[in-house]
Ligand binder design. Structure first.
Ligand code: WTA
Length: 635
């Protein structure tokens, strides 16, 4: 079966076929990929344990799909175009042949440093081509990568390294983002104080930030590559993997304190990301695909690295941020490289919108043919601005709903195929069976309804487990509703059967498209020595989508309110990372609690939203007076 549908009727036919014959459908899709050995069975599953296996018995290496199979036809075509943070610095282009050579060399480096199939490798790097090379080299040698976003603190990195028992870390001396420089190696040094499993650290030169290199543990990327070159080693035969062998772990936040290591496997993830990339973006050979995400998040894994490369696409990778040196940066990049597909996040669109039309004026955006949005609900104003000012009303916008746990796009328009509607992720992709359920887990049928979004049938890209704790995977995703995967999102299905995601219904915040657990932030705040307890909720934020609002009990603070606020913010930065910093901190004498001691978050959410008139029933509170105080002091 062709990966791309070409008309809405065809989409409907394929969708129906994927419902009636899911295994046949996915087998036909999987035929489009390169396997060393095909599967004996397409699917084995139950959502009880859960146990999910796709393409059982199949053998492959995902990098042969992403690189080797394109060498004959696309060898000299760009695989990765890299635009640096500083527009004055030269960009870089890696053809598929060059990417192959670099991935092979670095695979040797990994092997020379003791890496074996199944080892876990932590990658903490800036958005440079070597990050993609490191990811692919791990996959080529059969090691499991765990990429940690550059905005996380040493403590967060340490937690992730310990949880996955990583044996090696790949990092760089430092990284640039806007006018900031992050001393990445030094952050890793701080993290490694707590990590006994790590035997080696490979350090790429990027920023020339001074670093301390420990004898016996730390080696330079360039030195290691030079050794391989001296030995004349160019190819590295990819290690054969089982379809269900782990490909990577990616940590993400949930409603409990500790981030979970979402596990994806080789075969299903490859098929799912390749298929959804080709179909949703209707990728045509030669097009330049620019996904503005960081590879530290799932969007970067799936739609900068694996999805595009498996389809022989040209992926543009950008090291910097959309607002530096000015708010025209993305448009300059589009113009410079004649970008065809721009895939970004509502938070970026809203922020750029705030600068008015000036930064867009005069930029040649005529190369653009398709636009995409991901990570959070897109408000209509931002949708229209994107459509008018960037797409000039001629580019379809694919509002793609999905999650780290999903591996790839789930509910989304298909470019030029699905009629779009602002704010709507529209319809499920073939193979995806969404359902809306009520509080009791009863399926809500028909249109013009809303409920909690679940998926009732497996798809190849879904998570298989949470690393080291399968029970956690079961209770988080498969225990709320029987025989369904629960997404944690609320959703409505309108009269046309179109889906609109309304946001998380659990204690997960979505701040600038980043997932942050409220419990995680509370734990971090509570680490501050003056804090007795705290409660964190989200509130609507014009640019970030959601902001972090913290109610903090801090009776004997040292210093004044503002200093203590800064101290608390510092604490959160140190424990989690700057991305989780509270936007507002309100000091309160107590938190609204029920008689059984449960914090009534519903009330705090209302206060944070500024909706203090409708607090609902407060009669079950232990101390209703505290609500009046909190209302009066709301920020
Ligand atoms: C939210 C990001 C509305 C949603 C790929 C989900 C969205 C969470 C959309 C996953 C969208 C993602 N419209 N909401 N198009 N895409 N979300 O794991 O709440 O970082 O549960 O994956 O982002 O975030 P994650």
């Amino acid at each position: 079966m062709n990966l791309q549908v070409k008309s809405f009727e065809e989409y409907q036919d394929v969708y129906n076929y994927s419902l009636s014959e899911p295994e046949k459908f996915w087998a036909e899709i999987a035929e489009n990929f390169l396997w060393r050995k095909k599967w004996d069975q397409v699917l084995e599953w139950n959502f009880k344990e859960p146990q999910i296996k796709w393409f059982l018995g199949a053998k492959l290496n995902i990098t042969e799909n992403c690189i080797d199979r394109h060498l004959d036809t696309l060898g000299d075509k760009p695989a990765i175009i890299w635009e640096p943070n500083d527009p004055e610095e030269d960009h870089r282009i890696l053809s598929y042949k060059q990417l192959h050579q670099k991935v092979c060399q670095f695979s040797h480096v990994l092997q020379n440093n003791g890496v074996k199939k199944g080892d876990r490798i932590c990658i903490y790097m800036p958005m440079v081509p070597e990050l993609a090379i490191a990811v692919l080299a791990c996959a080529r040698v059969g090691a499991i990568h765990s990429v940690v976003f550059g905005g996380f603190s040493a403590q967060s990195i340490a937690d992730r390294i310990v949880d996955a028992e990583c044996s090696l870390v790949i990092t760089s001396d430092g990284g640039f983002r806007g006018n900031k420089e992050t001393p990445m190696k030094s952050v890793i040094d701080d993290a490694l104080v707590q990590c006994r499993s790590v035997k080696k650290v490979i350090v790429l030169t990027r920023s020339r930030t001074p670093v301390s290199m420990l004898k016996g543990r730390d080696v330079w990327w360039e030195d290691e590559v030079r050794k391989v070159e001296t030995n004349g080693l160019t190819d590295f035969p990819a290690v054969e993997m089982d379809a269900e062998d782990m490909l990577f772990i990616l940590y993400t936040s949930g409603s409990t304190g500790k981030p979970k290591g979402v596990v994806h496997t080789c075969g299903g993830y490859m098929v799912y990301t390749g298929y959804t990339f080709a179909n949703v973006f209707q990728y045509q050979t030669g097009e330049v695909h620019f996904c503005t995400a960081d590879i530290g998040w799932i969007t970067g894994h799936s739609y900068i690295v694996y999805g595009p490369l498996s389809q022989g696409a040209t992926a543009l990778m950008f090291e910097g941020i959309p607002t530096w040196p000015d708010a025209g940066r993305l448009w300059n990049i589009v113009q410079k490289f004649k970008v065809n597909i721009l895939y970004t996040a509502p938070t970026a669109i809203r922020s750029l919108m705030g600068y008015g039309d000036g930064p867009v004026a005069g930029k040649d955006l005529s190369s653009l043919t398709k636009l995409g949005s991901v990570g959070e609900p897109i408000n209509e104003e931002a949708w229209h601005w994107f459509d008018d000012k960037i797409g000039h009303n001629k580019c379809p916008i694919v509002d793609t709903w999905w999650q780290t746990e999903n591996g790839g796009l789930m509910i989304s328009p298909i470019a030029n195929v699905t009629p779009t509607k602002p704010g709507y992720a529209t319809l499920p992709l073939p193979g995806v069976q969404p359902v809306l359920v009520d509080e009791n887990g009863k399926e809500i049928e028909g249109n013009g309804v809303s409920g909690n979004l679940c998926i009732k049938f497996p798809w190849p890209g879904m998570l298989r487990t949470t690393y080291g704790d399968h029970e956690r995977c079961r209770t988080t995703y498969f225990a709320t509703y029987q025989n369904m995967y629960f997404t944690g999102d609320g959703c409505l299905r309108d009269e046309d059967g179109y889906y609109r995601i309304t946001g998380r219904v659990d204690d997960v915040l979505n701040v600038s498209g980043h997932r942050i657990g409220t419990a995680e932030v509370e734990n971090a705040i509570n680490m501050h020595s003056d804090v007795v307890e705290s409660a964190v909720v989200g509130y609507p934020h014009d640019i970030k989508g959601q902001g972090v609002y913290a109610f903090v009990v801090c009776p004997n603070m040292h210093g004044n309110d503002n200093l203590t606020r800064k101290d608390i913010t510092m604490t959160v930065s140190r424990i989690i990372g700057p991305i989780a910093k509270p936007d507002k901190i309100q000091f309160v004498s107590g938190l609204p609690k029920t008689r059984s001691g449960k914090i009534m978050r519903r009330i705090l959410r209302k206060i944070a939203e500024g909706d203090t008139e409708n607090l609902g029933d407060t009669s079950t509170l232990l101390d209703p007076a505290v609500v009046e105080e909190i209302k009066a002091g709301a920020l």
